[in-house]
Design a protein around this ligand. Sequence first.
Ligand SMILES: Cc1cc2nc3c(=O)[nH]c(=O)nc-3n(C[C@H](O)[C@H](O)[C@H](O)COP(=O)(O)OP(=O)(O)OC[C@H]3O[C@@H](n4cnc5c(N)ncnc54)[C@H](O)[C@@H]3O)c2cc1C
Length: 274
Amino acid sequence: MTDVIIIGGGPAGISAALTAMHRGKTALIVSSAPEDSPLWKAEHIDNYPGLPGVTGRELIETLLRHAEGSGAQLMRGRALSVLPMGRSFGVSVGSDFAEGRAVILASGLSRAKPYPGEAEFLGAGVSYCATCDGMLYRGKKVAVIGLSADAPEEAEFLRSIGCEVEYFDASRAKKYEILGSERVEKLLADGVEYEVSCVFILRSGVAPGSLVPGLELDGPHIKVDADMATNVPGVFAAGDCVGAPYQVGKAVGEGNIAGISAAKYVENILKEEK
Ligand SMILES: Cc1cc2nc3c(=O)[nH]c(=O)nc-3n(C[C@H](O)[C@H](O)[C@H](O)COP(=O)(O)OP(=O)(O)OC[C@H]3O[C@@H](n4cnc5c(N)ncnc54)[C@H](O)[C@@H]3O)c2cc1C
């Protein structure tokens, strides 16, 4: 059991983890590959105090080193769901699982709109995790829409267990629609039909509304109060996922507040349990 699970290893998540640890709490950062972060692509960050001219990549690598050097645990992978379990939360990460007393969402801005058919067939031939669901489709033809750094590797895994994989990335198709009756039967990619039993959609993140049931949103953003608390007790949020301006300095500041709030929440739970 970790005190605080942080979803997202960008500036907001790392700031939250460092602050929670400074408040005497254990912290686990769950994050996709660093190269999936939009910050990785920034050529120069010139407005973050103390680090003039740093590249996005250098900044992420420095932040991750700081977090790990300070004792944060790091779990690589996509968090797929956050489920309340009495006084704690279960977070599924691919086929792994982590349990924490509080959760901080620092998942960045979710720009992805679901494809037509995606929500309808989720669990009936649409999957976000090759490791979790691949075995169900051994010997069958599946499609992989690869939108994350680890997607080619995941497609290779599916091939290794006997799936016939039709792989799509941004250079192969732009528009998708998932079709079927009770289960997925076809993928339409830029107007071309492919008969498949499953469509694996491998994004670097998961839209916050799908991640936490009942989470209140304001358009693409998570609603929070001044303590960075969401409407779900024990779940906090910080950074680009709660709104503009989309800036490193703002993300770090909000991560700091979320880290303090989550630590206080955990302290109260522990007091009540005594
Ligand atoms: C090209 C570019 C240039 C920029 N230049 C500047 C600049 O000069 N100055 C400035 O202040 N800001 C700049 N920004 C903005 C800055 O990068 C963001 O504001 C900042 O990174 C937000 O931090 P964050 O921690 O909220 O989110 P992010 O940095 O987006 O980090 C979120 C992380 O969470 C991961 N994640 C998401 N969902 C999940 C999940 N379900 N499971 C596991 N991991 C997940 C993502 O893959 C990502 O690694 C720039 C952005 C871009 C794209």
